[in-house]
Design a protein around this ligand. Sequence first.
Ligand code: NAP
Length: 490
Amino acid sequence: MSRPRLCVTVTGETTTDLRRKRDAVTDADLVELRLDSVSDPSVAGALAGRRRPVILTCRPAWEGGGFKGSEEERKRMLREALALGAEYVDIEWRARFIDLIAQTAGRRIVLSTHDFLDVPVDLTARVHAMRSTGAEVVKVAVAMKRLSDCVPLLDLGAQSGRQGGLALIGMGEYGLATRVLAARFGSVWAYAGSLPELGQLTPQALLKDFHFRSLDESTEIYCLAGGTLGHTVSPAMHNAAFRAAHLDAVYLPLQAASAEDFVRFGRAIGISGASVTIPFKVALFDHVDEVYAVARRIGAINTICVQDGRWVGGNTDAIGFLEPLRERVRLDGLRASILGAGGAARAVAVALASCGCSVRLHARTRARAEEVAVLTPVELGAWPPESGSWDLLINCTPMGMHPRVEDTPVPADHLTGRYVYDLVYNPPTTRLLREAEARGCQTIGGLDMLVAQAQEQFHWWTGTRVSSGVMREAALRRLAEFARNENHLV
Ligand code: NAP
C-alpha cells in the first residue's frame, strides 16, 4: 500500500472565507471543505479555482455537522459537487443516498460513519456493508474512551487485507495514534486541522513533530505511556534523535486510561519500546515479562524495551541523574540532601547511595520518606534542611516548576553548600538555581538529567547514541514553544 495522504479540514464563516482558508493550506495532499460550516453554502463557490484536490463535505446536524437545511437540499448540493468534478464527495452512510453512490459507480465517494460516543459494537458489520456499496473510500470516525479503543480500528485495517479504501479515525485524545500512524492502521489518508476537541492535530504537528510523510507500515513505534501528557518534551527529543540517527522510527505520546489499557494497545500494535511516566511507573511491574534489578531497587519502571516480543522493564532515571553530576563532582564521601520523597527522589537516593555518598532525605510528609528509607540506606532529615548540613542539595519536588516559577524549596540564605541540582526542567533555570548561583554554589539544571535519561533509553532501544546536543536543542525548542503558546493565550 502506498503511504497515506494528508487531508486538511477547513471550516469558514462564509463560502468566500472557506475558499480563502482552502487556498491558505500548504503541504496537504487534499483539503476537506466543510460546506456545512458556512452561512451561505455554495458548492460552485467552494470549488472554484481550487489548486489541490478536495473532499466536499456538508455534514448534517444529525451526524455532528452544522448543516440545518433539508435532506433534499443537501443531496442536491452533493450531486452538484459530483457534477462539477469535486475530487471526492463525503456522503454519510446513514443518509442512504444510494443513488448518489450509484451515479459514479462509487468513484469519488467517501462513505462516512461517525459515532461521537463510543466504538459501535456492530462496527465490523457496518464497514462490511459500507464497502459493499462500492464507495471508493469508507471513512470511520469513532470516539475513543480509552487507548485500547483503537484496537478495533487496527483490526479493521488488517482485515481489509490492505486493499486500501479505508480512512479510520479515533476521535479524542486517546485516538492520536490513529492519526499519526495512519499507515499502520491501513488508512488512505489522515485528517488534520484545527479542531483539537476532536483530537485533530495541526498539519504542522503531523509533519514537523512526527515526520508523517516518512512513516509507513513498517516504521518502528516508540511511545510515552502516561495518564495525562499535556506538556511533554520527550516526543521532540526522541523524534529528533531518530532523525539524526537515520532510523525508520517514530515516538508518540500515548495517553492511556490504565496500565492494562496501555498494554492492550501496545501489544496489539507491536511497539518496540516506551518511556513510562505518571501514573504507570509502578503499575506496569505486573504487566511486563521481565524487570531489571535497577528498576526493582528504585521501585519504578521508566522504560520498556521490547526484545523478541518480550517486554522488559528498566529504569534510566538513576543513571540519567548521575551522568551530569559525575562529570563535575567527586561523589565519594559527599553529604547529599534530597528534597522530596516521590518517584524521582527514590531514583536519586538509590543512585547516590551506590556512589558512596551519605544521603539524607528531607520530605514534608514523613511517611513517604520512611518508604524510601526501606528501599535504600538514607537518613531522614528535617524539612527544610538546616544550613551547613549538606555539600550537595537536590530538589526532587516540583517546587519552582512552571507555572509556579517563583516557588523555591529552600530560602536563599540556607544555600550554603557547594552544589545545587534541581530536577525541575521547566523552566530550565529555576529560582533555586539562580539564587544558588548568586551565593557561589555550582548548579546543575533538570534538563541535563532529562536529556541523559532519554539518551540511555534511546541507546537501550536502538543500540545507537546520538550527540546529546540533538535532544537538548529539541527539548529547549519545545519548551520555548510551550512558553510562546501560553503567552499567546494570555
Ligand atoms: P512525585 O512522585 O509526585 O513526588 C513529589 C515529591 O515532592 C513528594 O515527596 C511531594 O511531597 C513533594 N512536594 C510536592 N510539592 C511540595 C511542596 N510544595 N513542598 C514540599 N514538598 C513538596 O513527583 P516526582 O516524579 O518525584 O517528580 C518530582 C519533580 O522532579 C518534578 O518536578 C519532575 O518534573 C522532576 N523530575 C525531573 C526529571 C528529569 O529528568 N529532570 C525526572 C523525574 C522527575 P508530598 O508527598 O508531601 O506531596
